[in-house]
Design a binder for this molecule. Structure first.
Ligand code: ZN
Length: 264
């Protein structure tokens, strides 16, 4: 029987979330985008786990900052990232590219290129499966491309690239759990309401997020089926967002939404 996978998010820095993937029965774990090493080391030591892999979505310092220290402790861990971006990532033992697949903790991982926030930004998808008799939903680790109710800033890419990347993520199964790299949800919801005020699902979600924040509970992971209804950056083709921005082309809608979000 294959041990099931448990996923947690470790708070780091100011508002980063480091996804920690654990196979408790096997004593093995992996992390995505370790902003810093200390919370990962603490969690693994507490659970008696060995780190077997570090996955990177992109090169920003708050996504790679802990990798070197983790490798000092677990030098055998595989280090995964975009081969085309390796000059600005920690040394990769496993450079990957769009469409690649590999096995991590007995799960298949699919690599998706999702440029926009940076060139060479990757997302990692774990398709649904049954492990140890338990249904495991599809999981998405998307770094700074898709946030709950928002998307990442366009540091290197164009609105067209970001639109295409978000459309790739939107085509994943609706039950996909979304593990983004920052807890920005409350701010994103406030912005979304300002652009899409008559969206009743968004209104309900805003109330739910407010309750979570008050209880000091995390809003992540989100689910794709919800994001498709509330996230303005996944709704650039809808009349509501077209009217709000005064644009019809989804790329122009996204560009205008991103410009307005930046001003907050
Ligand atoms: Zn970033």
């Amino acid at each position: 029987m294959v041990a099931y996978l448990r996923i947690r998010r470790l708070p780091a820095l100011q508002d980063n979330l480091i996804p920690l993937l654990e196979q408790p029965g096997e004593g093995r774990a992996a992390v995505v985008d370790p902003a810093e090493a200390e919370p990962v080391i603490t969690a693994l030591d507490h659970g008696g786990m060995e780190l077997v892999a570090v996955l990177h979505t992109h090169h920003h310092w708050d996504h790679i900052g802990g990798t070197a220290e983790l490798l000092q402790r677990w030098p055998q861990a595989m280090v995964v990232g975009n081969g085309a971006d390796q000059h600005r990532l920690p040394p990769l033992s496993h450079p990957v590219a769009d469409g690649d697949r590999f096995v991590l903790l007995d799960r298949t991982v699919e690599v998706l290129a999702v440029s926009g926030h940076t060139n060479g930004h990757l997302a990692y998808v774990l398709p649904a499966c049954v492990m140890g008799g338990q249904e495991q939903p599809p999981e998405l680790f998307c770094g700074d491309t898709l946030f709950s109710c928002g998307c990442g800033r366009l540091f290197e890419g164009t609105p067209g690239q970001m639109l295409m990347s978000l459309q790739r993520l939107a085509a994943l199964p609706p039950q996909t759990r979304i593990w983004c790299a920052h807890e920005y949800t409350a701010k994103n919801v406030a912005f979304a309401l300002s652009q899409d005020p008559h969206n009743s699902t968004l209104q309900s979600f805003a109330h739910h997020v407010q309750q979570l924040v008050q209880a000091q509970l995390p809003t992540i992971p989100s689910r794709l089926e919800l994001e498709l209804q509330v996230n303005p950056f996944l709704r650039c083709h809808t009349p509501a967002l077209q009217a709000a921005t005064g644009q019809t082309d989804p790329e122009a809608v996204l560009a205008e939404l991103r410009r307005r979000r930046q001003k907050l």
